[in-house]
Design a protein around this ligand. Sequence first.
Ligand code: SIN
Length: 495
Amino acid sequence: MGDRTPLVVVGSGVAGLCTALAAAPRPVLLLGRGHQGEGSATSLAQGGIAAAIGPGDSIESHVTDTLVAGAFRNDGAAVRALVGAAPDAIAWLQGLGAAFDRDAAGVRLGREGGHRASRIVHAGGDATGAHVLSVLSAAAASAPHIQWRGGIDVDALQLRGQRVCGVRLGAAGGGETVATDAVVLATGGIGALFARTTNPVGAEGSGLALAMAAGARARDLEFVQFHPTALDLPAHSLPLLTEALRGRGARLVDARGMPLMAGLHPLADLAPRDIVARRVWQAGRDGGAWLDATARGIEWGVEFPTVLAACQLHGIDPSREPVPVTAAAHFHMGGLATDALGRTSLPGLHAVGEVACTGVHGANRLASNSLLEGVVFGRRLGARLASLPSPIAGGGPVALAARGPALEAGRLQQLRTLMWQAAGPQRNGPGLAAAIAAMRPLAAAGWQGRLALAVLEAAARRRVGIGAHWRDDEPVGAFADPGGGSRALAYGATY
Ligand code: SIN
């Protein structure tokens, strides 16, 4: 490789690890805020990886389900690339040592919201993310081309003109700078900017804010997905109750035990996530929502050990009593505008995984397409950057674009409350306008405030209800549905 600069990958969840592994033999500097992927959303992912590998299933059907969930706002080519590569992604992970759950027919295939077929591969029941992370981490730790440094928060990008040419490692890295001709951001989403989230507390959009500070273009920032079933605790980062529970027959009920989803959608409890999350959000205002999995013959210790442990920690036995649930910020479909080759609008800067917005998820991600995205697009990007010739080094001065200071704890809490109230599962113009005004001083005080303000402004600008971006004061977006009519009408989801 001669004296070629290392590829710098920022983020060591599934997308960053897959990019780093696929870049061999190019030297990679892999930087993570945690050590060995800890603190990444990947480690918490309970849902599995969607792949059309079951009898009677097809790539075409997985494509359609992805488009329907995404309210047909998806980039069709990206969807086909993602879904078409899913069977190979599963085989590649197995080749690295991933042990997916099996039954008599082979790899066991589960069902989650929005999928019309059983096509979700799991590992350790609901511990898929942790298992996949450990397999990828072991491969990265023993890969000679990867140098992995944990505990590093990249807080600035170096630019020569418009081209990104290096990163600054934050305080823990002694402010050192590293020169490179290619930076990949794989830094995850923004769930922790909301008062209730299934994400780890560090998921504040650090990479997105960094790239925006350097002038990279973002898109669809208002498309934030809310998961319908987080354990309802008085806390910020909440344990997830995986959608696979509803795939196994669990039902959402109200305080009187009446089914919440009956009559709202043909797929009822397994309707696309935005629809179920709004129903749970509304039920939360009318006395609460519960997930009832008591009558289902579930083998909790085998199928859902993570959920069981979280419930037991809080004195709940899910096999005997319905579990209180709340909607919670879960996944960012928006992010850094990224093309099919993983390029952002700044030469030299790439993005992959949740921080990127290729348009693949449209306005609402289909369940279990996110680990898949990290694997498929990460591998593709790594392989491309391994073979890409170095750009001709330009001259001129190097400037530093820094993310800037973070908000102090009290202001961060204020920000999360504003985001939850105004930009949660149900939004409207007056609420967004008030939150924008209240956010301005926070935007002047810290980078999380600037990012949150950009999300609010994007939500205020999109004056239509679509996918996870639901405006109760604006019409439902009209869009083509292969089934005919608008999805809202087709699915009766007009509440
Ligand atoms: C879940 O297990 O419900 C979450 C899966 C996902 O976000 O795709």
